[in-house]
Design a protein around this ligand. Structure first.
Ligand code: GLY
Length: 373
């Protein structure tokens, strides 16, 4: 019985990956060299604002994953390699971008994968420089990497980017870089992850003293709520942090976030946009948070020392992917250009609400690729 379920899920996931490849090919053909953020009525190209410039790594990131999967030297493999390189190269200048805290999102799905494939030192230099640039955001007073919005602001999302600093530290042996990554992660753990495993989106600090003042939010319902995507970023980000540091406190935090997610999400594993929003508002889901959670749980499942819990996370990730593929793929809607419907970018600014979002598509592909590897 279990074997049959595994086989039918595998078939479903392979079909979803084939659909994802079709949608990305269509995007390349219709809007060449365009890096979208979210759809409007299912269309990637529109005049809506991006709020912040953080998503350019996700489209080429999918191309690198498609290439790896087709890696047999055939035409399909060459096609994805050419596209991946074409969409990755223009990102190089972002290694000096000091305006955003999202350099991990830009470089880990792209230059990191390119370097893994070729081992060309010049590609690694790009990654190291990007990691050093990100580390410049560190504030001694408060011990955190400041968010893009203000000096006194720490975002939970930065946990997804701090891996780039750990990476640069490991490649160069620079202990100061590693120390920055560790101290930022410890601060985030202390102030943005609550005792029950839920997360705050933002922390506000006193610039003079470094004292933590209060929780806040931009994309969540309110300061003391649990914005679903923030929780998924934390679950995934602390898993990566544990992978680099092997500090058991980070594994503990990642599992606390995972357990909060699993116990508070509906039975199908696809959460409301904010776990604490009023009942009526909780009908609005965020499928991107589910895709990130599935990818995070798959990573976490290999890191745990307890095989029973590891298997539980692995099968929960498969269950989430099953439901995303069954209920939320855009496959039946010929006019829709994204892969996964039902993501939410910024509800208060009315950006990408109940739409496809580039990171939702990317993490769905990453998780499907991992689950079928
Ligand atoms: N800025 C990252 C996010 O919207 O999740």
């Amino acid at each position: 019985m279990i074997q049959l379920e595994l086989e039918s899920d595998r078939k479903m996931f392979e079909e979803a990956l084939a659909f994802a490849r079709e949608q990305v090919k269509r995007l390349i053909e219709r809007q060449p060299d365009y890096y979208p953020v979210y759809t409007k009525d299912g269309k990637w190209k529109h005049e809506g604002p991006a709020w912040t410039h953080w998503c350019d790594g996700f489209l080429p990131g999918m191309m690198w994953l498609f290439h790896r999967r087709a890696d047999n030297g055939g035409a399909e493999s060459r096609y994805w390699l050419d596209q991946a390189v074409r969409y990755t190269k223009p990102l190089e200048a972002r290694k000096q971008d000091r305006d955003i805290h999202d350099l991990g999102f830009v470089f880990l799905p792209t230059y990191y994968r390119w370097f893994q494939k070729t081992k060309e030192p010049a590609l690694n230099e790009v990654l190291v420089e990007a990691g050093r640039t990100l580390a410049l955001r560190f504030r001694e007073k408060g011990q955190y990497l400041r968010s893009f919005v203000a000096e006194n602001s720490l975002f939970i999302d930065i946990m997804m980017n701090v891996g780039l600093i750990f990476y640069a530290a490991r490649e160069t042996g620079d202990r100061k870089l590693r120390d920055i990554a560790l101290r930022h992660s410890l601060t985030t753990r202390r102030f943005l992850v609550r005792g029950d495993g839920s997360t705050a989106h933002e922390g506000i600090f006193d610039l003079e003293t470094g004292e933590f003042l209060r929780e806040a939010t931009h994309q969540g319902w309110r300061s003391d709520s649990c914005w679903a995507r923030g929780l998924s970023w934390a679950m995934y980000g602390f898993s990566t942090c544990y992978e680099y540091s092997r500090d058991p406190r980070f594994l503990h935090t990642a599992t606390a976030c995972a357990d909060y997610y699993i116990t508070h999400a509906p039975g199908d594993g696809v959460p409301p946009w904010d776990f604490s929003a009023p009942l009526e508002s909780r009908k609005l889901l965020d499928t991107s948070a589910a895709a990130i959670a599935a990818a995070g749980l798959l990573r976490l499942s290999r890191l745990l020392h307890d095989p029973i819990k590891g298997h539980f996370y692995w099968s929960t990730a498969n269950h989430i992917l099953h439901n995303l593929c069954q209920k939320h793929l855009a496959r039946g809607d010929k006019k829709w250009e994204g892969i996964l419907k039902g993501g939410v970018y910024h509800i208060h600014k009315d950006l990408g609400v109940n739409e496809s979002v580039m990171w939702g598509d990317y993490f769905l592909v990453e998780a499907l690729e991992h689950a079928t590897r």
